[in-house]
Design a protein around this ligand. Sequence first.
Ligand SMILES: *[C@@H]1O[C@H](CO)[C@@H](O)[C@H](O)[C@H]1NC(C)=O
Ligand SMILES: *[C@@H]1O[C@H](CO)[C@@H](O)[C@H](O)[C@H]1NC(C)=O
Length: 402
Amino acid sequence: MKASTILNISFLQVVLNLYLAEAAIAEQEPIRLLTAKDIKVGDFETFSKVLFKLANKTKSQALDPTRAYDPINVRDTWFSVANYFRRADGFTKGSWDNPNIKEYWDEQLAAFNKGLAALLIPGERVQIPADNFIIEAIWYSADKVKKKRPTLIIGNGYDAAQEDLYHIMAVHAWALGWNALTYEGPGQPTVRRSQDLGFIPDRERVVTPAVDYVLNEKSDEVDTERLALYGNSMGGYLAARAGAFELRLKAVALNGGVFSVHDSYKAQLPNDPLEIYEAGKKEEFDQAALSLLTLNSTVPTSIRWVLKHGLWAFKTKSPYEFFKKIEQYTLEGITDRIDMPVSVADAEFEGFFKGEPQRVKDALGDKATFHLFSGEAGYHTQSGAFQEMTRVIFGWLHQTLG
Ligand SMILES: *[C@@H]1O[C@H](CO)[C@@H](O)[C@H](O)[C@H]1NC(C)=O
Ligand SMILES: *[C@@H]1O[C@H](CO)[C@@H](O)[C@H](O)[C@H]1NC(C)=O
């Protein structure tokens, strides 16, 4: 598979693609994707192995001395290596002791840092102290000439890494003359590993120190009147929550809007376990939910992945506790505090947060600008159509902030 074909795919989309591939295999359709054809249907381990093989092969290309005549190509090869290691990591969370969780991540960080250092204006890794953790961030200056410019703080959600956000968003921000700061808080890939911290619902604890950082450390580069926050995927909830408490932000873009993470995920549970959950039977629910995760489960890969990843990211071994924890991830009683323009995106074929953007829009009233992405851009966070997504989001930012 050519590097460029999956370079920009976010992990949730990979899951969705795998799910579609499962459906295609089940229907005996010819599978032409060379890497995908080696993945055993529904088997997380072969997925990791196959993607690891691709990552490792690409790494040997990045290291190949005969390619050194073209440093930009080498840089982009490192970005591909990083991307493939991240994808290989995607299905590793079934067992927290899986050594690949650390090994693949170390590989992706090292490869990404090689790419980062070779950019025209190298991205700058920064660690920002917060109350009882450290935010992992990357600062991308818009230009070598220091001048106050619009600045976008960019965060992911449930699973993807800030390294993904370079390709999805930061590179587009850059092309439009914006500075960008990508960041990760507790529960997100690097912080979850290096500080052993699961997700926290009160995202202002992450965003406020990030805002402090750009305003204090980058004051000669940041136009305070054009400082905005973007939230990707479940980051749509996190960014809205932060926007309610961090008033120095001048606009917030949610892609998509997520009113309640709990409602969205609960809706994906099969009927029987759902009833047990609603009845508050913790042990019985844990048993039922964990049995959904086995290799021969008839439950779709996407749902099994959501739960396995969620247990790891929220740092609990109990599915019941996981669902209880995500109850706190709601904008109920918070939306009135949001006092800035908000862009709320929805996607025609949204699978994870179906109907949630409409709820956010309704709660925000006049403060919200709603945008429905459809057709080719109609998938979760516009996977495969990021150009379309960034054109709309930056169009709105320019219109809103001048
Ligand atoms: C990774 O690739 C290198 C060079 O191509 C090879 O020597 C090595 O065995 C591979 N590692 C694994 C674990 O497959
Ligand atoms: C899954 O099903 C296959 C075929 O029915 C069987 O051979 C295999 O042992 C099962 N694996 C598990 C983990 O139950």
